[in-house]
Design a protein. Structure first.
Length: 512
């Protein structure tokens, strides 16, 4: 039996859905107001909640884990998955009850659901006082003041520039070991099933020097793993001021070579000082360059990233991963469907053959690299034969982990406008069941192949089941459980010999 399969990927941790964030108040800052904020959806939303907390902390707020004691309640929302949206609605109704007891309470919706449902939340259902989109968090103090003055407040304007690069996120509910670092915002891919381009706006990349500075600061504070976040990290591209000026004046001087650019990136990373970074000679920075810059901070800082897009992941990125031991051999590469026609109406901009080519490149350049994916069952007009092609793709790749969903039409998407959601729910459920069963088989096989090997593990804390065991993740993102010892503690690396595996976890013992 393999029904206890878990998916050990921090980008969609189901246990964190609806999590309330709590931080220590700063002496001399607090003016007595309390903020309650909980988040739903992907890692980007949890990262955004840290930005919101940072902004309001500066304005005198402190956080609370009990919404009944709060002066301001925010829900950071997700529009990707239907269950998240329903959970948010139910939660808002609970907060409405709290507002009866405390009429001065401010209730707000942040994030991806804000723009799409602003009129419903504010006017029709009257559940909230303030609605704020992902690019307007700097405006929160002003919007709260408007509500205090008796007005409803809305700012869902999307920006082509906002990256919050200058805001140092307060790390909330952190273990002090792993941290998310946002490297870009928005998305230019118009996948027909997805609302992100409409809720998070156009793609823009964050200044790489601010990213390196943030990661360096995290490392100096004891963090040992960063996950670089973006809707599509492979399309990260930052155009330097030097590069912009060169283009504007039509300068024909020869571009920096890749080797020269990487030398500069290394010097920048090792320096760890943003003030000196802009004095460095630098060209444009792509995702491979950024990965290298972060990896060079320290060999003891693990680097992960999410999410890659099959149309954009380059051999240059793969060679960079292979070059640095501290860039984890783990790639999340959503396939969504194994059939080229379905991929075309999904507007994924690649076909089955292209995806297989990228898988082959990963296997060739990074032998043993773990690969996870997303799969949608029962997309519009999908035939049984096309579903079988998805199953055959899973057999070809043998993914380590997968996120698997039935297709659920999201209002406002291209698919909702163009295609009928014509696959019966019973058929969707059956196809999803087949996909899940196949993934359970592959996940177990992948873990079994690691039995008898030694894995380098970053200790994250005690196991969920026992304080006599530690748990941590391998380079391949597999969860590893092993006995507590006197010579090692959370935040340190240990070599663990894998004795056996369950369907979701590797179990072993520390070896020298």
């Amino acid at each position: 039996m393999m029904m206890d399969l878990l998916i050990p990927d921090k980008t969609h941790d189901e246990s964190r859905q609806g999590e309330a964030l709590l931080i220590e108040p700063i002496d001399g800052k607090n003016d007595g107001r309390k903020l309650y904020i909980e988040s739903y959806g992907c890692a980007m939303n949890f990262s955004d909640s840290e930005i919101v907390a940072s902004i309001l902390l500066e304005k005198g707020f402190e956080t609370t884990s009990d919404y009944n004691t709060a002066d301001v309640i925010f829900i950071n929302t997700c529009s990707i998955r239907e269950n998240a949206e329903q959970r948010v609605r139910n939660r808002l109704k609970e907060f409405t009850v709290a507002k009866v007891k405390n009429p001065g309470l401010v209730v707000g919706v942040l994030g991806c659901m804000a723009e799409r449902l602003k009129s419903k939340f504010l006017e029709e259902e009257r559940l909230v006082d303030v609605v704020v989109g992902p690019d307007a968090y700097r405006d929160l103090p002003n919007l709260i003041d408007q509500v205090d003055d008796g007005q409803k407040a809305v700012n869902v304007l999307l920006s082509r520039e906002e990256t919050y690069a200058d805001i140092s996120p307060v790390r909330l509910n952190s273990n002090g070991i792993n941290a998310f670092v946002s490297i870009m915002r928005g998305c230019d891919n118009m996948c027909s099933f997805c609302v992100v381009p409409f809720t998070r706006g156009r793609e823009r990349s964050r200044d790489p020097y601010s990213i390196v500075e943030e990661c360096t600061d995290l490392f100096n504070k004891g963090y040992r793993e960063v996950t670089l976040l973006g809707q599509n990290v492979d399309s990260y591209k930052w155009k330097s001021e030097v590069g912009s000026q060169r283009s504007e004046v039509g300068n024909k001087e020869e571009e920096l070579s890749n080797e020269e650019r990487q030398e500069d990136a290394g010097a920048i990373s090792k320096a760890g000082s943003a003030s000196r970074m802009h004095d460095q000679r630098a060209g444009d920075v792509n995702f491979a360059n950024l990965l290298e810059m972060v990896a060079l901070i320290s060999p003891d800082l693990r680097v992960r990233f999410s999410t890659s897009h099959p149309k954009d992941i380059t051999d240059e990125v793969l060679y960079t991963i292979n070059k640095y031991e501290n860039i984890c051999n783990y790639i999340h590469l959503p396939v969504q469907s194994g059939n080229s026609r379905v991929l075309e109406i999904m507007n994924r901009t690649y076909d089955r053959e292209w995806y297989i080519d990228r898988i082959d490149a990963i296997r060739r350049i990074i032998p043993g690299c773990a690969i996870s994916t997303d799969v949608i069952a029962g997309f519009c007009s999908e035939t049984e034969e096309e579903h079988r092609e998805t199953l055959s793709m899973m057999d070809y790749v043998q993914y380590d982990f997968a996120y698997m969903f039935m297709y659920s039409e999201r209002p406002g998407t291209l698919a909702a406008k163009r295609y009928a959601d014509d696959i019966p729910d019973a058929v969707k459920r059956n196809r999803l069941k087949e996909i899940v069963a196949k993934q359970q088989e592959h996940s177990y096989l992948r873990l079994q192949k690691l039995v008898g090997t030694t894995q380098k593990v970053l200790i994250e804390g005690f196991s969920k089941k026992s304080d006599k065991d530690y748990c941590g993740r391998s380079d391949h993102n597999a969860m590893v459980v092993f006995p507590v010892g006197e010579n090692y503690k959370p935040g340190e690396y240990v070599n663990v010999f894998i004795d056996r595996s369950t369907t979701a976890t590797l179990i072993g013992r520390v070896v020298s």
